[in-house]
Write a protein that binds this ligand. Structure first.
Ligand code: GLA
Ligand code: ZN
Length: 688
């Protein structure tokens, strides 16, 4: 990876327009300080016109033009969409959907991951591309496939069924172990031959869709298997690339909080993480921040890339509003603030036809450079170029960890009973939003992460409790730290079976509570929970899930206001080591933002981790640090002007202006300040 500046550019598909236009493209790239192009994402049909023929003539030209232009090149392997001849000649390469229907040629992200023909030919193509283009000047990264799982998250064909059985044999060894893990005595499911096992889909264990399964254990294992099967595809290609290029980093573009694939299972195989940032709406700044942090957490805090974002509009939604003036800049700096060392677009010039013909691009169909969108892209390009290498490689000095766990996400949302409206990401986001608003720097990490470097660890809806997580959370409080868990935590083991003990299972001693009943209500119904710590009191409208708690050592901080459990605890705080030790907070219900904010602020406050702008709504503080220098990004997502008091002295690297600690900063909507703080510190973000 280049370390001279934040990379800027994106997907470029010049195969769609005449050669002469390429010159206009590059002239425009120069105007916008675009230094990086991602090439060859979907060209399999041209690169390999039939099974025995490869033709790199056009790609040679495209690559040569990029080299001539001195661009960084992200070279893709083109295996994210099958060529028609392949599907026609080998129909088994097409995926079978969740309904059990074998697809015919069409779309993209359409291959069965278990197909030997697909695996052979995709690896072969990646190998030939690597052989031909390894050593290309400016090659910054290899981009394998595209958005794995991007159709409906997998395949349910006979080849995958066979692969699933192999995967299960490797995991369980014997059918006895498998039957035990799946609790197969339920509904007469005891398997007596591996051949009896079929993929869980609408023809077998499911009804209504992916979240309704008769056997969570079977569906959970199938998701793990499918995640691993697609990972095997990625590994096939990476191995072939490595035969020709030992050093250029290899990655694939993830999708942030994308449920079908457990990105933690993939992380070790990526040389750096990257993702495509397409938020579901215009006011999702906390959700984007969370997704960035999930991505940064994949590689232990190392910088990641935004591989794609739209400069203007998406094309896939029913309604596709444009990014308002300033928003592209704001969201791009937000990505950098959270650890991105590349800000790339989909796409450089608008597609001529097909489903993305109106998707936004740096250059429109006319190739104009006098549009608002182009001007904003160019201005941002200028700023990134001006910043140089200042923050490249910088880490996030986080004292707070938030556990993110695909097994919990999967199992909590596929489980009958309780409340289908309570969603994993909603719950995690509620806690993250409170941390974000408070200005705490947060690492979002897998449950296997080293927790010893954090003062505060939050584990919202940690439904599946596996390994030694309970012990490691307890260790946080033993050294004086704080932990927090929410409803539905510690309910199921690694096989998705219930713990044969009080909820929250092995977490119960740490939190000093037991759950006696779990009540649920429709989304419109609220139970007022009064939270108080003596001086300060707030009433929070709690929704969806209401666990009835019996304290076993914990102090009551919040109580329900209605129902037969009115007056009983809804939020508790346990000090397992006595008054001087750490704290374990348990939130038994779905508090509203005010309630979650109240709790989270108290937890952070104890460790001095409430940030300087915590009381200014929608003003974000994100910090990166490198070699003892802190870079504080102050980002205004507010809809009107706000004033804040500068928390430190330094230089705003975007304007060159000196900022004095204590001075008033007026921030208009979408404003960004990048303060290089004067005061140096030991870099807490650097790994030891
Ligand atoms: C995804 C894909 C791109 C393109 C964009 C459009 O991220 O990777 O090929 O389809 O979406 O938003
Ligand atoms: Zn398949």
């Amino acid at each position: 990876m280049t370390d001279s500046k934040i990379l800027y550019g994106g997907d470029y598909n010049p195969e769609q327009w005449p050669r002469a236009v390429w010159e206009d493209d590059y002239a425009a790239f120069d105007k916008a300080s675009i230094d990086t192009v991602t090439l060859n994402v979907f060209s399999w049909a041209t690169l390999q016109p039939d099974e025995d023929t490869y033709d790199f003539a056009r790609l040679d030209e495209i690559v040569a033009r990029a080299v001539e232009g001195g661009r960084g090149i992200v070279l893709a392997t083109s295996t994210g969409a099958l060529p028609p001849w392949l599907a026609h000649r080998h129909p088994e390469v097409e995926r079978t959907d969740f309904q059990g229907r074998r697809h015919v040629f069409g779309q993209r992200h359409n291959a069965c991951p278990s197909s030997p023909v697909y695996r052979r030919l995709s690896a072969e193509l990646a190998g030939r591309i690597a052989e031909r283009y390894a050593g290309t000047p400016g090659l910054v990264a290899w981009h394998v496939g595209n958005e794995y799982g991007g159709f409906d998250g997998g395949c349910w064909c006979d080849l995958c069924a066979a692969g699933f059985r192999d995967w299960l044999r490797a995991r369980y060894g014997t059918l006895e172990r498998l039957n035990e893990a799946w609790n197969a005595t339920f509904w007469s499911h005891t398997f007596s031959d591996w051949a009896q096992i079929v993929p869980p889909n609408m023809l077998s264990e499911h009804w209504r869709g992916p979240d309704h399964t008769a056997f969570q254990g079977i569906t959970l294992d199938y998701r793990r298997f499918m995640s691993d099967a697609m990972l095997a595809n990625y590994r096939d290609e990476k191995a072939r690339i490595r035969e020709h290029d030992a050093t250029t980093p290899v990655t694939t573009n993830f999708m942030g909080m994308f449920r079908p694939i457990d990105y933690h299972r993939w992380a070790a195989d990526l040389d750096f993480a990257s993702w495509d940032n397409y938020p579901p709406g215009p006011r999702e700044h906390a959700r984007m921040a969370l997704a960035h942090d999930v991505m940064r957490g994949l590689k232990d805090g190392a910088p990641f890339w935004v591989m794609e974002q739209t400069p203007t509009i998406t094309a896939s939604r029913d309604v596709n509003p444009v990014k308002r003036p300033g928003v592209l800049r704001l969201w791009s700096w937000q990505a950098v603030a959270h650890g991105a060392d590349a800000v790339l677009y989909f796409q450089m010039r608008q597609s001529k036809g097909a489903s993305e013909k109106y998707h936004g691009a740096v250059l429109d169909h006319a190739g104009r450079t006098d549009t608002r969108a182009f001007r904003e892209v160019a201005a941002l390009g200028g700023e990134l170029a001006g910043l140089g290498d200042a923050v490249v490689g910088a880490r996030t000095p986080a004292r707070v960890a938030l556990l993110f766990d695909w097994d919990s996400w999967w199992v909590a949302e596929m489980t009958d009973g309780f409340n289908r409206h309570a969603r994993y990401v909603d719950t995690v986001l509620a806690y993250y939003r409170a941390l974000w608003q408070a200005g705490a720097q947060v690492d979002v990490v897998p449950t296997t992460a080293d927790l010893s470097r954090y003062d505060v660890v939050l584990a919202p809806m940690l439904h599946v409790l596996k390994g030694d997580v309970a012990e490691r959370l307890a260790a946080v409080t033993e050294r004086g730290g704080s932990v927090l868990a929410s409803f539905w935590s510690g309910r199921a083991d690694e096989d998705a079976n219930a713990y044969l003990m009080d909820a929250p299972g092995p977490l119960a001693p740490l939190f000093g509570v037991r759950v006696e009943e779990t009540d649920s209500a429709e989304p419109g119904v609220a139970n007022p929970v009064t939270l108080t710590d003596g001086a300060d009191e707030v009433v929070s409208a709690a929704r969806l899930v209401f666990e009835v708690l019996v304290p076993e050592g914990a102090d009551v901080v919040g109580t329900y206001g209605t129902e037969f459990y009115a007056g009983t605890p809804a939020v508790t705080r346990h000090r397992p080591g006595g008054a001087d030790g750490g704290e374990a907070w348990y939130v038994a219900t779905g508090l509203d933002d005010a309630g979650v904010g109240w709790v989270v602020r108290r937890v952070l406050d104890r460790h001095g981790l409430v940030g300087p702008y915590a009381d200014v709504p929608d003003v974000e503080l994100a910090v990166r640090s490198k070699d003892g220098v802190r870079f504080a990004f102050v980002l205004s997502h507010a809809t009107g002007p706000v004033e804040v008091v500068a928390h430190a002295s330094g230089v705003d690297l975007l304007t060159g202006r000196a900022v004095r600690q204590g001075e008033t900063l007026r921030l208009d909507p979408t404003d960004v300040v990048l303060l290089r703080e004067d005061t140096r510190e030991d870099s807490p973000g650097e790994p030891a």
